[in-house]
Design a protein around this ligand. Structure first.
Ligand code: SF4
Length: 282
């Protein structure tokens, strides 16, 4: 009876595993030549840098059938997906979203994003709504339960209050653009994590690049702190104007906070009047 070499057996198991992963995530994870050489007992001790392994230059009839189905994404392309910082295959989405020239194209290009773990827990991707040529963009921190359910930012009671606040300064929801820093809901409405912001912020920047607003109003301390990369209190944030991507920024209360603390409605009203004045000047 033939006794199987344990190393050969382990390598075979690993190959089966990688084949399954390649089915799910793409065939660049599967490097058959490495395993063929290893299981034939050829020299495999030298490390093979992934960027130097040739996997895509052969005619289909010489390559593995799995590899021949799709052209592997080269490492150089993969690194470019998010400014050269992202190399995880399972995060890949078509990088052409970066060239989007309309909100519709951008939305359809990124709505399947799984770049951070929130992609796996969301009910709906919450892109944003409103006037694609808006002069004013309202930005919150992340979708809540109602937003996750409906796929639209600032709905529910907080959204209704936001509509009233806008109406008080003669603006309608359709006049402005409304979105969040994160496009997916954090569990239990916890604050966004730095890695989530880092992953999602390029989408916000692209939205702003397309809309070209003159003014941003951050809704809530977390939105202001996250966008402006500061730990300043809301009291301090409300005192000044800032810049983000060359756009003037103001910060005020989140409508949900106003529902919980009606005493803040007066200072919020003052903020919104100041915002309207600046809006008219720009
Ligand atoms: S929060 Fe942003 S980065 Fe994370 S999965 Fe959703 S869209 Fe992608």
């Amino acid at each position: 009876m033939k006794v199987e070499n344990p190393i050969e057996s382990t390598l075979k198991d690993a190959e089966v595993f990688l084949r399954q992963q390649a089915e799910l995530y793409g065939d660049e994870l599967y490097l058959p030549k490495v395993f063929e050489s290893a299981t034939r007992g050829e020299a495999t001790s030298s490390a093979v840098p992934s960027s130097s392994v040739e996997t895509d230059n052969k005619p289909a009839d010489q390559g593995d059938s799995l590899r021949s189905k799709t052209k592997p994404i080269k490492v150089s392309e993969e690194e470019n997906l998010f400014d050269g910082t992202d190399t995880k295959a399972e995060w890949k989405i078509d990088p052409s979203w970066q060239k989007s020239d309309s909100l519709e194209t951008l939305n359809s290009g990124i709505s399947g994003c799984m770049r951070c773990p929130l992609g796996g827990t969301r009910k709906n991707f919450v892109f944003g709504v409103g006037n694609p040529n808006a002069k004013l963009v309202l930005i919150g921190e992340a979708p809540g339960a109602d937003e996750d359910e409906q796929g639209e930012p600032f709905v529910g009671r907080a959204g209704q209050l936001l509509n009233k606040i806008l109406a008080a300064v003669q603006l309608k929801r359709e006049d402005v653009y409304i979105c969040n820093i994160l496009k997916c809901r954090p569990p239990n409405n916890r604050d966004p994590l730095p890695q989530e912001v880092e992953s999602c912020e390029p989408y916000l920047k692209k939205q702003l690049e397309i809309i070209k607003p003159k003014l941003i109003l951050c809704l809530g301390r977390i939105a202001g702190q996250t966008l402006l990369k500061t730990n300043a209190t809301l009291t301090d944030l409300r005192k000044n104007t800032y810049e983000y991507q060359g756009i003037r920024v103001l910060v005020t209360f989140h409508p949900a906070a106003l529902l919980r603390n009606p005493n803040w409605k007066r200072p919020a009203w003052e903020d919104v009047q100041a915002m309207r004045k600046l809006y008219d000047e720009l």
